[in-house]
Design a protein around this ligand. Structure first.
Ligand SMILES: *[C@@H]1O[C@H](CO)[C@@H](O)[C@H](O)[C@H]1NC(C)=O
Ligand SMILES: *[C@@H]1O[C@H](CO)[C@@H](O)[C@H](O)[C@H]1NC(C)=O
Ligand SMILES: *[C@@H]1O[C@H](CO)[C@@H](O)[C@H](O)[C@H]1NC(C)=O
Ligand SMILES: *[C@@H]1O[C@H](CO)[C@@H](O)[C@H](O)[C@H]1NC(C)=O
Ligand SMILES: *[C@@H]1O[C@H](CO)[C@@H](O)[C@H](O)[C@H]1NC(C)=O
Ligand SMILES: *[C@@H]1O[C@H](CO)[C@@H](O)[C@H](O)[C@H]1NC(C)=O
Ligand SMILES: *[C@@H]1O[C@H](CO)[C@@H](O)[C@H](O)[C@H]1NC(C)=O
Ligand SMILES: *[C@@H]1O[C@H](CO)[C@@H](O)[C@H](O)[C@H]1NC(C)=O
Ligand SMILES: *[C@@H]1O[C@H](CO)[C@@H](O)[C@H](O)[C@H]1NC(C)=O
Ligand SMILES: *[C@@H]1O[C@H](CO)[C@@H](O)[C@H](O)[C@H]1NC(C)=O
Ligand SMILES: *[C@@H]1O[C@H](CO)[C@@H](O)[C@H](O)[C@H]1NC(C)=O
Ligand SMILES: *[C@@H]1O[C@H](CO)[C@@H](O)[C@H](O)[C@H]1NC(C)=O
Length: 506
């Protein structure tokens, strides 16, 4: 085969050629995983590859901008999503950037010999080098194997198995994720994801520009209240979370042994994406307005926004001769910032941003919306829902008034009934007591609704009040099962007989 393939080549030069090819190939496929003092990575050098080949560290640019960065990605991720970025907020505008370890052992990015960014801050003893390992961690170590700096302690927007999310209390360090500004700009965006410990457990919390935006609910037995997809159903979705809590640190790490490309990404829209299963674990959509289910934090809503008002992505445009709204080219603004502005500005009709996903273009005022944008760009239109707010508030008012009136009448009716019943009950009780005594014989006849006995007297309440001197204490005989017992003097019209009678006052 060699002779046939080699043709006119002599065997020795073929062997040398083959060796060189092999060497080139292996160094390409399984490049070095370590750089030492003076070592350099630039746009044209081979990237670092972890010993098992799982992760790659190198130079990259993002489409739609000419910004360049250094970062880490899964070697076999077709989208090469960056699990860590060395210089998210200090990109280079050309390809002059160099990742290196200087003579003092500091890991840094330089351009034309000038330091652009110090990545590590600690200085070790003697020789140092930095290695990309198979968990995706880039570790700077000195001769004593002391870890001077590691990328897992400085997360960007991605959490990998084995990375911590939480707090090191002794070091005063937080492990949290920060979203990118947009898919094309790796700079710190509007959202951060933290682990917030509580007594026995804790929860994931997403902040938007420093304010609570969403929470997962407490971690209970490998599940979160507001992450229904998490660990639901099939084994393929299964993650194991370990929560470590002691006096020095409180954090979670996760483990997903059966996954291809396991990672959580906090995306520019404030969602936690499970890359292994291509789904959102966090809020299903933006949290805004009256949304408070699924962990979304309640936010103040301007009066002009109805319950069902939503933003919809449409390929339309606004026309009109009045004010076309604002254009804020602040490239630190993300889509969610523009959404926030539009939602809270009652004249806003819709918005979009620059092709790199930053800045705000806001339409407001007296404009008309048309479908079919010849430029084929997507804009976010605020669509009014059928809400009970605004146009139907009077219906609610009528219902409330009707219910109040009904309650009032019902209350009055009941009050009168009870009052009447009370009085009747009192009279009946007195009557019963009087007729049950020895002095009155024809009780049965009365109780059976028969004729009134000749000896029977029925006393009015007023006469009893008079007889007992308004149920005075000196007339009180004691306390019976039905209430206090009084004696009284009753004036009798017929005859001179004075009757003393005890009866109960209830
Ligand atoms: C980039 O680094 C490689 C070594 O990794 C070196 O050969 C090359 O000259 C460097 N390129 C530039 C433009 O510095
Ligand atoms: C990127 O650089 C190229 C060549 O210099 C230029 O034509 C292009 O407009 C740049 N793109 C952006 C988004 O700046
Ligand atoms: C995004 O685009 C706008 C407008 O084209 C530009 O001013 C801004 O510098 C760009 N930002 C980035 C990070 O490329
Ligand atoms: C990097 O660190 C060195 C000291 O180690 C300091 O002199 C220099 O100003 C720093 N550079 C940047 C860009 O922070
Ligand atoms: C590296 O990748 C291989 C195959 O994809 C996998 O079996 C192994 O667990 C990975 N190692 C680490 C440390 O992630
Ligand atoms: C990296 O540094 C460590 C500690 O100094 C040393 O043991 C190891 O051999 C070095 N690796 C390389 C590839 O230089
Ligand atoms: C927390 O910080 C302390 C002090 O820097 C360090 O000794 C400890 O290893 C850290 N814990 C973790 C889990 O990184
Ligand atoms: C870490 O997070 C805690 C709680 O979220 C906060 O109080 C603290 O200020 C943060 N520390 C740092 C250094 O960011
Ligand atoms: C999760 O933990 C359980 C018990 O420790 C173990 O049986 C299971 O294999 C783990 N699953 C994964 C994906 O690591
Ligand atoms: C609402 O937006 C319009 C157009 O951008 C602007 O003129 C107005 O000041 C904004 N109102 C508030 C309250 O921000
Ligand atoms: C741009 O927006 C960011 C984020 O809202 C803000 O902090 C910054 O002050 C703004 N810059 C300017 C020049 O308005
Ligand atoms: C299409 O784009 C051009 C240039 O950006 C702009 O002037 C025009 O208004 C756009 N048309 C529509 C319907 O949005």
């Amino acid at each position: 085969m060699a002779t046939r393939a080699g043709g006119s080549l002599n065997p020795i030069s073929f062997l040398i050629f083959a060796f060189l090819c092999y060497h080139e190939l292996t160094s390409l496929v399984a490049g070095a995983s370590t750089i030492g003092i003076g070592g350099e990575l630039n746009y044209s050098s081979n990237p670092l590859v972890s010993p098992g080949g799982n992760f790659t560290l190198g130079y990259f640019t993002l489409s739609n901008t000419n910004y360049s960065y250094f970062g880490i990605w899964y070697t076999n991720d077709e989208q090469a999503r960056k699990v860590w970025v060395a210089n998210p907020n200090t990109p280079l505008l050309d390809n002059s950037g160099v990742l290196t370890i200087d003579g003092t052992g500091i890991l840094k990015i330089t351009s034309g010999g000038n330091t652009i960014l110090n990545i590590s801050d600690q200085v070790g003893t003697g020789d140092v080098n930095a290695t990309l390992d198979d968990s995706g961690n880039f570790v700077l170590m000195d001769e004593t194997q002391r870890r001077l700096w590691e990328s897992f302690d400085h997360p960007t927007n991605t959490l990998l198995p084995g990375m911590k999310l939480g707090q090191n209390l002794t070091a005063g360090q937080n492990w949290s994720l920060t979203s990118w500004l947009s898919d094309y700009v790796a700079a710190s965006g509007a959202f951060t994801l933290s682990w917030e410990p509580s007594q026995e457990s804790g929860q994931l919390v997403i902040y938007r520009r420093g304010e609570v935006y969403w929470n997962s609910g407490l971690l209970r037995d490998q599940s979160f209240d507001f992450m229904p997809e998490w660990n639901a159903g099939s084994d393929m979705f299964h993650y194991n979370i370990s929560y470590v809590s002691n006096n020095d640190e409180r954090f979670i790490i996760f483990d997903a042994a059966h996954q291809n490309l396991p990672m959580w990404i906090l995306n520019p829209n404030g969602q936690i994406l499970d890359a292994a299963n291509s789904r959102s674990l966090g809020p299903a959509d933006f949290c805004y307005g009256y949304e408070s289910d699924n962990g979304c934090a309640n936010s103040l809503v301007p009066n002009c926004r109805g319950h069902n008002d939503r933003f919809e992505q449409r390929r339309g445009y606004f026309v009109g001769n009045s004010d076309t709204g604002g254009y804020d080219d602040n490239s630190s603004l993300s889509l969610s910032d523009c959404m926030e502005r539009c939602w809270n500005n009652c004249t806003c009709l819709g918005f979009t941003n620059n092709s790199n996903g930053t800045g705000c273009i806001i339409w407001s005022g007296n404009l008309e919306y048309r479908e079919d944008n010849p430029n084929n760009t997507i804009i976010n239109v605020l669509v009014r829902g059928n809400s009970p707010k605004g146009n139907k508030w009077w219906m609610w008012l009528i219902i409330v008034i009707a219910i109040s009136l009904l309650m009032l009448f019902l209350g009055l009716f009941c009050y009168l009934r009870i009052k009447k019943h009370r009085r009747e009950g009192e009279q009946k009780k007195l009557l019963h007591e009087l007729t049950a005594s020895d002095s009155f014989n024809n009780v049965n006849e009365i109780e059976n609704g028969g004729r009134e006995g000749h000896d029977l007297k029925i006393f009015g309440f007023a006469s009893l009040v008079a007889a007992t001197n308004d149920f005075s204490n000196e007339n009180k005989l004691g306390q019976g099962g039905f209430g206090p017992v009084y004696k009284g003097r009753l004036p009798f019209q017929k005859g001179a007989t004075r009757l003393e009678k005890t009866f109960e006052h209830h």
